[in-house]
Design a protein around this ligand. Structure first.
Ligand code: ADP
Ligand code: ZN
Length: 774
């Protein structure tokens, strides 16, 4: 492969990290050796000898992709067989014997193992942890694929028991027997736990008394069904020409092809996904759809269920271990035709792969920001290539990486420039905060516009990406701001909870009565957060129902769905909130969007700040006027003649992207170069920097050999927020002209970092293609 994908492809290694093994003398051992992935942070696999035949147990042949139990130190561990070889760097006498192969069939098929291998190599991450990312927790811990659950029945004796008498002595037991009566098929844990806290002991006593019996049954997945006979199937709309062209292009692809579907918000991208998925289902093939955050878009899943007659599984962070295993199993045995999930769903098994779709492909949440720092979008492109199937990347505001892939001819661009029917793109107006008095974050023109839309029966959405009441507390006497003791950051005032909270480390404090510096008693909340905005609009528009959506108001399970429903039903007329509101929601009746403070990201330090800012503007603005009624967007700013805002408002995202990409090109930032960021943090600044300095010296040595043309380093430097959670943070940036150069360099540099003594004294990580430089 190579240039057809995004040119990320390092030389394809037959095994994980062979370069580490070359350095050591290789002993040839009689018989085969198992090379096993164990979830440790080490950049290597572990060699073992074949296990002995267990007494009376079926002996499963070791095969790549099966789980295996091995001795590790004084304990045992569960790993996955990654390779079978005949040589090992470990002397024959020291090789330990594996204990037992768990699986009869590989859990991870050849294509998945290849993907994981590639990912471990590309992201220079411990292969054992990478493999672990592809298995549901129950399987990682050695559980059976065929999960079972306990169910309880009332025995013959139990069905004839004198409940009233029992209730007097043991009320919980009596309730259990009654609950079991009501379930002739058996009562599960969830049912019996309603009997009271002590239900388990009570159930055990009942079993002893022969009133109850317990058995195991195979867990049946919670209904993931598409529309059934009692549920109506949505009638599909008549496609627009643009939609038809896009669908034709995608379905015409035989084998790998990458498409960037650039469609303004509300232009019918989801409809395109649905039709393409339907085609795949007709051919008996599975589709994988990755979305940024499912919790925020329950309607999307509903919409799929109302249209497709297949089982749909949904994978997101809210699932418990059993639910996750069931979903994984349904994908693996092909009973699910559609898999919808957040980034980690990229590792879902697809025995009958047909199509991969990434919705909102620009979204930063597709990149994992800790541990195994992979980009689900990039892995998806690689996986589609490897499976030889088409991939669609959809967005109203494509990432510059994807736009550059279009320019380079690697992706085909499909456009949906209009909204279907009468829905039009909203009008956008800037409100100059320098000319307008502003009370609680709202200028007069904005208040007037809100009132007008509410009077016209419209819905209004106000966007402010800052939760809490006020972002800081200031002493009115000396001007001192209250700061977090552990971070270089100000504490945010949360009025409802009466706390000052650090949004970086989570520290909470009571609101102080006086300034720590001058002891004056007058502390004043400065600036706006969503809580304050809510209070202000509640006073101004008291007759209307107002809904606030941010992380503080949606902590409870089901709360986000409840709030979104109030918006969709039209009961709530004004909604306000953070970033959570900008992602993918279809609010049919929103006619006006107000961006309270456009200036938060205008002068960001990251080279992606302006791209991110433009994306969130366009996304939030896109919530207005999705149906027949025209939408209006108001943006409050102190910098109405800032070039970014001017281009965005007057000419739209494409034009903005063209300009901003030119700037990137001349500055040599991605996508016109490739980055890897080493971050280090320690309690003492010195410790982190000793490591970073040594890492820099190693890089310099390697680069000075002349073997790594096009690779350079920047730093080390302190992180933009130097202290966080009481730890000092620094970083060293590696930049290369191409991914290939970067990979060649990292292949030598990364293992050498592990050898540094200072590396063991500090907490550090390597982030290939970092989403953010902090
Ligand atoms: P996107 O995913 O681009 O935001 P959607 O697919 O959610 O857009 O479409 C926005 C709205 O327009 C939805 O309510 C959808 O049902 C409707 N829609 C999509 N395609 C058509 C069409 N061809 N004709 C009429 N309505 C459509
Ligand atoms: Zn803090």
């Amino acid at each position: 492969m190579g240039d057809t994908v995004f040119d990320p492809v390092p030389p394809h290694y037959p095994q994980f990290y062979p370069q580490l093994l070359w350095k050591i003398r290789t002993d040839v051992v009689a018989g085969k050796i198992l090379r096993i992935g164990l979830a440790t942070p080490l950049l290597r696999l572990f060699d073992y000898r074949y296990p002995d035949r267990g007494e009376g147990e079926a002996l499963h042949t070791p095969t790549r992709g099966k789980r295996i139990i091995v001795p590790f130190g004084k304990k045992t561990r569960i790993g996955v067989i990654a390779a079978i070889t005949d040589t090992s760097a470990i002397p024959a006498a020291k090789l330990r014997k594996a204990i037992r192969v768990i699986d009869a069939e590989p859990l991870l098929d050849e294509s998945m193992m290849t993907l994981l291998e590639w990912a471990a190599n590309y992201y220079h991450h411990a292969p054992g942890e990478v493999i672990a990312a592809a298995l549901p927790r129950i399987l990682r811990k050695g559980g059976a694929v065929d999960a079972t659950e306990a169910i309880w029945h009332a025995t013959e004796h139990g069905r004839n028991a004198d409940i009233e008498a029992l209730a007097k002595r043991a009320p919980v037991q009596a309730r259990i027997v009654e609950l079991a009566w009501k379930k002739p098929d058996g009562a599960d844990e969830a049912t019996l736990s309603a009997a009271g806290k002590t239900w388990r002991t009570a159930a055990a006593k009942l079993i002893n008394k022969n009133l109850l019996e317990v058995t195991q049954r195979r867990i049946v997945p919670p209904s993931a069904k598409g529309p059934t006979h009692d549920q109506s199937i949505d009638t599909p709309p008549t496609l627009t020409n643009n939609q038809r062209n896009a669908i034709d292009a995608i379905t015409a692809a035989s084998g790998y092809a990458a498409f960037l579907l650039e469609g303004v918000t509300g232009s019918g991208k989801t409809e395109v996904y649905l039709r393409c998925i339907e085609r795949e289902l007709e051919q008996g093939r599975q589709s994988l759809l990755l979305v940024p955050e499912i919790g925020l878009t329950p309607q999307l899943v509903d919409r799929f269920r109302r249209r497709l007659t297949t089982d749909i599984v949904v994978l997101h962070s809210g699932l418990n271990d059993t639910e996750r295993l069931l979903a994984w199993r349904m994908a693996r045995d092909s009973s699910a035709g559609v898999i919808i999930g957040t980034r980690s769903a990229i590792f879902t098994p697809l025995p009958n792969p047909g199509l991969i779709i990434i919705d909102e492909e620009h979204d930063a949440s597709l990149k994992q920001q800790d541990g195994f720092r992979y980009s689900a979008r990039d892995l998806a492109v690689w996986r589609a290539h490897q499976l030889d199937i088409p991939i669609v990347l959809g967005s109203a505001t494509p990432s510059f990486e994807s736009l550059e892939n279009v320019n380079a001819g690697r992706y085909a661009k499909l456009r949906l420039p209009n909204r279907p029917g009468n829905a039009r793109q909203p009008d956008v107006r800037l409100i100059d905060l320098r000319m307008q008095p502003c009370k609680d974050g709202l200028t007069e023109p904005l208040r007037v516009a809100i009132a007008r839309h509410l009077a016209d029966d419209g819905q209004v959405l106000l966007y402010l990406n800052r939760r809490g009441f006020a972002p800081s507390m200031m002493c009115t006497n000396c001007g001192q701001l209250v700061e977090c003791r552990r971070c270089d950051a100000r504490l945010v005032y949360h009025r409802h909870r009466a706390r000052l909270v650090c949004h970086h480390c989570g520290a909470e404090h009571a609101v102080p009565h006086e300034c720590a510096a001058c002891h004056a008693p007058d502390l004043l909340p400065v600036g706006q957060g969503t809580e304050r905005l809510e209070q202000a609009v509640s006073e101004l528009f008291a007759q209307h129902r107002i809904i606030r959506i941010d992380r503080d108001t949606t902590r409870r399970k089901g709360e986000i769905e409840r709030r979104l429903e109030l918006v969709r039903s039209g009961e709530a007329r004004l909604l306000l909130g953070t970033q959570m509101l900008t992602k993918g929601h279809d609010f049919p009746n929103v006619t006006m969007v107000g961006i309270i403070d456009a200036d938060q990201g205008l002068f960001g330090t990251d080279f992606r700040s302006s791209e991110r800012l433009a994306q969130s503007f366009i996304q939030v603005a896109g919530r207005a006027g999705r149906r027949d009624r025209p939408g209006e967007v108001y943006i409050q700013t102190l910098f109405p003649d800032h070039p970014l805002l001017m281009t965005l408002v007057a000419e739209g995202y494409d034009r903005f992207a063209d300009q901003a990409m030119e700037e990137r090109k001349s500055a040599g930032w991605p996508p016109y170069s490739c980055l890897a960021l080493t971050r280090a943090e320690a309690t003492h600044r010195h410790t982190a920097f000793v490591f970073l300095d040594e890492a820099r010296d190693l890089a310099a040595q390697l680069i000075n050999t002349g073997r790594f043309v096009g690779v350079r380093w920047l730093g080390p430097a302190t992180a933009p927020m130097e202290r966080r959670s009481g730890r000092y943070r620094g970083q060293l940036l590696i930049q290369a002209d191409t991914r290939r150069q970067m990979q060649r360099f990292l292949g030598e540099w990364r293992p050498a970092l592990d050898e540094l003594k200072s590396a063991r004294k500090t907490r550090w990580s390597l982030d290939v293609d970092p989403a953010e430089l902090f």
